[in-house]
Structure formats: C-alpha cells, structure tokens
Design a protein around this ligand. Structure first.
Ligand code: HEM
Length: 521
C-alpha cells in the first residue's frame, strides 16, 4: 500500500502522458516549421527566380547569406555584373543588389518588350518606390501621378527651342560669377552649382535660378534622399516607418521640402490664379516648368504643396545625373586635349551661323559625339530600365518573368561589349560622329539622346528618360561656355583622368578632382 502510494507520488504529470506529450511536442514543432517556411516563401522570399542562373554571391537557404551577398555587391558590383554578362551572354541571370535580387535581362529582349509587353505589366514607379524607399522619403506623393513625367515628355521637349538662349545666358552668368580669373577649382562643386542653376532657370526662371536657398536644396536633395534610403535599407520593411522619423537625414529632407514650398508657392499661386482667370497671355506666357505644371495638373495635383514637391523631384532626377555627365566629359577633355580645338571650332562656327538656337545645338555634332562616348564609359548607374513585374510576362523564347520580380538591363556591360563597340575600352571621342557621317541613314542616329538596345544610359522604351533632350541642351551649353571662355587642364603634372568611385551599382566622378581654368581673352 505504502509502496503504491510512493509510486503514485513519484509519477509526475508528464510521465502520465509521456507518449502523448512527445507526440504533441513533435507535432507542434513540425506545424510551426511548416508555417514558418510557408510564411517565408509567401512573404519574405519573393518570387521564385531559381530558373535563372546567379552571378555573384547568392542569399542562399532562407536568405541566411543575404547580408554577405549584399556586401559582395557593394564591393564588387561592376565585376559581378560584367562577369555575369559575359558568362550568360545569350541569356539572363540574377544578381543580389543592395536592395532586392534583380533579373538582369539580356538586351536582346528590349525590342520585344517595347513592342509586345503591355505597359501595365511592368512598373517603373514601383521600381523607384522600392529603390528610393518612397514611403519614408516622402516621394509617394510624386510617384502617385504621372505629372512629373508628362511635363517632361511634352511641354519641356516641345519648348526646347525657346529655352536655349536663357540656358546659355544662365551658364555664362554663373561661370563668370564663379571663375572671374585664373583659378584651380573642384570640378564637382563648380558643375553641380552651374547645372543646378541652369536646370532651375528652366524650372522657374531667374526668380528660382538666382535664389541661393533653393540652389542649395536643388544641389543637395538627391544625395540626401539616397542617404536616408541607404540608412533604412538594412532594417526590415515593417521597422522602417518607426526608425525613419528619428534619422537626422529625414529632418534634412523635411527642411528641403519646406524650402522648396517657400520658393515655389508664391509663383504657383500667381500662375494658377492667372490660368483660372482665363486671360490669354499670348507671347507673354512664361516658358518654364512652373507654367507647364500649373497648366497640366488635375485634381489633387493642383495642390501647391504637391506641385512644389514635383519640382523637388525634378531636381532629384536632373541635377546629379546631368552634373556627373558634364564632369566626366570635362575630365575626358583634359585627358584628351587634342579634341578641344576641333570641338571649340565647331561651337564657334555653329553659334556664329545660327546664334544660340536649336540649329546651333543640333550642329554641335562633334561635342554631341564626345559627350556620348564619355557617357558610354562613365554611366551614372550600371543598370537602367529598372522595373517591377506587376503581371507575369512570358517572352517569345519561353523566358518567364514572374510577378513581383524586379528586372533591369546591364547598361554598363552593354556599353563595354566588344561585339557591339569596336575596341570598347578605348576612348574615341568622335566614335559616334564618324558613324553619323558615314551615311545618310546613319546621320540622325547615334546622338547623345538616342536610346536603343546598344545605348541604354537613358533607359529604354516608352519610359526612357523624358528629360534627356533637355539634358543634352543643358550639358552642351555649359561645356560650350567653358570652352569658348576658358582653357581647361588638370593641375600641373596630371595627364590621366581620375578613377571613378563605385558603390554597388552607382558610379560617381571623383569629387576631389580639381581643374585649372584660365580665361581666354
Ligand atoms: C545626363 C542626364 C540624365 C541621365 C543619365 C538620366 C537618366 C535617366 C534614367 C536611366 C531614367 C530611367 C529610364 C528607364 O528606366 O527607362 C530616367 C528617368 C527620368 N528622368 Fe532622367 N536622366 C538625366 C537627366 C534628366 C533631366 C535633366 C530630367 C528633367 C528635366 C530628367 C527627368 C527624368 C524623369 C522625370 C524620369 C522618370 C522618373 C519616373 O518615372 O518617375 N532626367 N532618367
């Protein structure tokens, strides 16, 4: 009896149910694992890209190697892309970038995509939202409408001829202010300021282009957006809205927006009131972006804050891209000074014949070729045509782009492909000029703003950069003003251009490089 009582006391609850307890434990662990794997596949792992080969480090099982793969891309982006491009020459491949994995499409698909894939299948805005973390950098208000694209595509491009004289004047004004005599200056600081000012002249006339507070914002904004996105990216998406308000960078972005509203609100108010009054200004109608935005905005876009935000976005899209292109071209002119004479002669001859007009800009064919060649070897980004696949796409050879995947084109690798460009690593400033001169059919191709499967720096298709024609005019005006008024060179003893700075998929000219400007009297 006593023994039985001791036995009963020794029997603890789990022992009573030991078999059942273990079974339950194993079942619970198994179900949890299945739910976790399902959740990972559904919500975290993204679309299945396993059909594509991988270049560079892959994130591996359950993304355990994701951080290492991102570090690899940050340090070796150009190498990973170029090796992938060479290895999978006839196909496409996947790389892990700093944010998402991307399918690097073969450029042979460009024409088929342009021709056959409906626009609502591939989203550029979703690609940008993801790259710039638009919810945290406050850009959703711009990406929610196509206004910023429409105004560049139509009125800006259609009015280019009216902008050439003002842009030339603005470039001349800022050069004379900044370089009154012989000087050694950092090319980056000088050119970012002049491009910000010439772009601002197009945005809102001299009220804007001579406003130092706005010019500071226009020059700094794009880098400040990227810096906030870079800081937030390592955190999981659900944590970013919680962290963003505490970042110093977010406060800087808020300040930029406040400055923009302060500078643009009075002009927008005035222009919207004039439009509403229905008075036809005829020849006196201002030729600037404020006017085109005010005329084109509908519904929620007519809000002055939204309109101002669009201006800030145009500064983001146009200032650093055009500045970098101009700086690279100046570095290439100093590294290859034999081009300066023929280009300067051409500028003088066409402006003497046509004045500062569209015909003169079109006549600067040598300069156009030089800019395109410089851009070919110094693209601001290694990949363009970044899109999110919104509806699955099946290409004619059976390649399927799954919903939710991000695609891109290897613009930098294409520009260095020996099957496309003879002796691709050699800088040949008149490469495109000679192609244009070779026959009548080639005469209007190979221009700075021309896009195609062999020329991807401005993206591709219907959504290729809508500001590229303006960028061409602006960069020509700045370089022409420099070459007409100054001799330029690297500081004494330097003959080669500085190496570019690479970070993941981004390429920047070296901001420390100085150039010597000597006025030509
Ligand atoms: C050399 C200078 C420039 C370069 C290299 C450049 C490059 C690009 C590229 C690669 C794209 C994406 C196109 C695609 O993926 O198919 C783009 C889009 C765009 N660019 Fe440019 N760009 C330049 C100058 C400008 C300028 C001066 C403006 C404005 C006046 C501008 C306005 C835009 C806009 C509005 C978009 C579309 C953004 C969107 O869809 O939200 N760009 N640009």
């Amino acid at each position: 009896m006593a023994a039985n009582a001791t036995m009963a006391a020794d029997l603890k609850l789990p022992d009573l149910f030991r078999g059942e307890y273990e079974t339950r434990l194993i079942s619970t662990v198994a179900i949890t694992l299945v739910v976790l794997i399902w959740g990972y596949v559904q919500f975290l792992a993204g679309p299945n890209l396993s059909k594509f080969p991988h270049a560079g480090k892959a994130p591996g099982w359950f993304g355990m190697g994701l951080a290492a793969a991102k570090r690899d891309f940050l340090a070796n982006g150009p190498k990973i892309l170029n090796e992938g491009y060479r290895k999978y020459k006839n196909g496409s491949f996947v790389i892990q970038t700093l944010n998402v994995p991307r399918i690097v499409l073969n450029a042979k698909y460009v024409e088929e995509i342009n021709r056959t894939v409906p626009e609502d299948h591939l989203s550029m805005a979703d690609g940008l939202r993801e790259r710039l973390l638009s919810s945290q950098t406050n850009l959703d208000v711009v990406f929610g409408s196509p206004l910023h694209i429409d105004v560049c595509k139509a009125p800006l491009t259609q009015n280019l001829h009216k902008l050439i004289a003002p842009i030339n004047e603005e470039a001349g004004y800022w050069l004379s202010q900044r370089i009154p005599g012989k000087m050694e200056v950092k090319a980056y600081d000088l050119i970012v300021r002049i491009i910000s000012a010439t772009a601002s002249r197009m945005l809102g006339g001299t009220t804007i282009s001579r406003n130092p507070e706005w010019l500071e914002t226009a020059a700094a904004y794009s880098m400040d957006v990227v810096s906030v996105a870079v800081k937030l990216r390592p955190y999981p998406a659900f944590m970013r809205p919680l962290i963003a308000p505490w970042l110093e960078g977010t406060k800087t972005l808020d300040r930029h927006l406040k400055t923009t509203k302060k500078c643009f609100s009075p002009i927008f108010k005035e222009r919207l009131a004039a439009i509403e009054s229905g008075v036809d200004l005829g020849q006196d109608k201002p030729v600037d972006m404020v006017q085109w935005m005010a005329e084109g905005a509908r519904g929620a876009d007519r809000d002055i804050e939204v309109l101002s935000h669009n201006m800030l976005f145009l500064a983001l899209a146009g200032v650093h891209t055009s500045s970098a292109t101009t700086i690279h071209a100046l570095f290439d002119l100093c590294a290859n000074p034999e081009y300066i004479g023929p280009i300067r002669e051409e500028i003088q001859s066409v402006t003497a014949e046509h004045g500062w007009t569209l015909s003169a800009i079109a006549g600067m064919k040598r300069l156009d070729s030089f800019m395109k060649e410089s851009q070919r070897l110094n693209q601001a980004v290694l990949m363009t045509f970044n899109r999110k696949v919104v509806k699955p796409v099946r290409l004619s050879d059976g390649t399927t782009l799954p919903k939710g995947a991000y695609i891109t084109l290897p613009s930098d690798s294409v520009a260095r492909d020996p099957d496309i460009y003879a002796d691709p690593d050699h800088f040949d400033g008149f490469r495109f000029y000679e192609k244009r001169m070779s026959s009548k059919t080639e005469a209007n191709r190979h221009q700075f703003a021309t896009v195609g499967p062999e020329s991807l720096a401005f993206g591709q298709g219907k959504q290729a950069c809508p500001g590229r024609f303006f960028a061409g005019v602006q960069i020509k005006a700045v370089i022409a003003n420099i070459l007409i008024n100054y001799n330029i060179a690297f500081p004494e003893g330097q003959t080669a251009r500085p190496k570019n700075i690479h970070k993941g998929g981004l390429v920047r000219p070296d901001p420390r490089q100085k150039l010597v400007f000597t006025p030509r009297s």
